[in-house]
Design a protein around this ligand. Structure first.
Ligand code: M6R
Length: 368
């Protein structure tokens, strides 16, 4: 049942190329740059009238929403709010028919996310579900569902659901930009071509990433705390990397926006503290590099995930996990998510943890 893998989590990490491919398949026409999402059930006039998006989710699904905010704001110019469902549901709901509510949930049964979805519906907002489980409550209550086709996810730590949520949200963003006329066909063709390349890139790297993460795990499995840093698209990835580590290895880990380091967490850094940095060569790379210098001057241990062949990164970091450069930096979240998952996985295994069934956690959180 685990297909020769030691744990469901590892099997599911390795299923990501297929999961992402299945989520994209049939929804794009690469030659014309067209995105087809009839299952959203949104009419085009309603899409053109939108003023804002409100993404509602918990945990890893919330992190997927945070990534999507950068994409969708960039492509459409629409403001995107990403709400923790448990907070959203107890605020005054500032939604109406011109706000698209997007409930993101692997299971489709998370109590807080469902409560948020129902509030959005009551306010007259069109509601889209992004969901992995066919027939689940989210899919029955949303006006339309964009399924992630990741297949069943058994491991409590969400892995392939996350990257396929990213694929679904990327398509949703492109679709909105298409209907609203924000991105022309040529621009969409490029974005689709880049997305379609993701499964192949992941497939080619999984083995090397796992071997590298095992080496790092052997060194760092005894640490008590980890800090994860990133900027722009790297920020939600830092949050996700830290969440994966804490939930399966029980090591305390915090994800931070690298620019916030000076506002507090820098006080934690000493020679015992590994700092995992998401550092692709994008438009904030130089800023991330200077944050790394600050960590280094306080003797923190730097583990950087960055582009292969990046010499400056090698000079600055103690350890580098190499990630290929994608055709478009917008794709970096797919590529950086996987080594972050593998790092958490290998550390948890080295500590002898029950990776698939971490203590105190359930696969779906159906009570508040
Ligand atoms: O089923 P959902 O996507 O609604 O679940 C949300 C969270 O409970 C879930 O992502 C949780 O944070 C995972 N265990 C993280 O790996």
């Amino acid at each position: 049942e685990k297909g020769g893998f030691r744990h469901f989590m590892l099997k599911e990490i390795h299923e990501q190329p297929q999961a992402v491919l299945n989520t994209i398949r049939g929804r794009v026409v690469p030659e014309t740059g067209e995105v087809r999402l009839p299952e959203l059930g949104l009419d085009e006039a309603a899409v053109r009238a939108l003023r804002r998006l409100s993404i509602i989710a918990c945990g890893t699904s919330w992190h997927a929403g945070l990534v999507a905010k950068y994409w969708i704001e960039e492509w459409t110019g629409l403001p995107v709010e990403v709400e923790l469902a448990s907070e959203f549901r107890y605020r005054r709901p500032l939604l109406d028919g011109q706000v698209l509510a997007v409930a993101v949930s692997q299971s489709g049964e998370t109590a807080d996310t469902l409560a948020g979805l129902r509030m959005a519906k009551e306010r007259g907002a069109p509601v889209v579900g992004i969901c992995n489980v066919v027939g689940s409550t989210v899919t029955r209550e949303a006006h339309g569902t964009l399924y992630t086709h990741a297949g069943p996810e058994i491991g409590v730590a969400s892995t392939k659901a996350f990257t396929s949520q990213l694929a679904a949200l990327y398509l949703l963003g492109l679709y909105l930009a298409q209907v609203r006329g924000d991105l022309d066909a040529a621009a969409r063709r490029e974005k689709i071509r880049a997305l379609v390349a993701v499964p192949g890139i992941l497939e080619g790297r999984l083995g090397a990433w796992q071997a590298r993460c095992r080496e790092l795990a052997d060194r760092f499995y005894g640490c008590r705390d980890f800090l994860y840093l990133g900027r722009h698209l790297g920020f939600p990835l830092a949050l996700e990397g830290a969440l994966k580590l804490k939930e399966i290895s029980y090591i305390h880990a915090e994800g931070y926006a690298a620019g916030e380091m000076k506002h507090g967490p820098i006080a934690l850094i000493d020679r015992e503290m590994p700092v995992t940095v998401v550092a692709p060569r994008d438009h904030v790379y130089e800023k991330v590099l200077s944050n790394m210098e600050e960590v280094r001057s306080r003797r923190g241990i730097l583990i950087a995930l960055g582009e292969e062949g990046d010499e400056a990164l090698r000079q600055t970091a103690d350890h580098v996990v190499e990630v290929p450069r994608p055709p478009d930096p917008a794709l970096n979240p797919f590529l950086y998510a996987v080594p972050l998952q593998l790092l958490a996985y290998e550390i948890a295994v080295a500590r002898g943890c029950d990776v698939d069934q971490p203590r105190n956690l359930a696969k779906s959180v159906t009570v508040e």
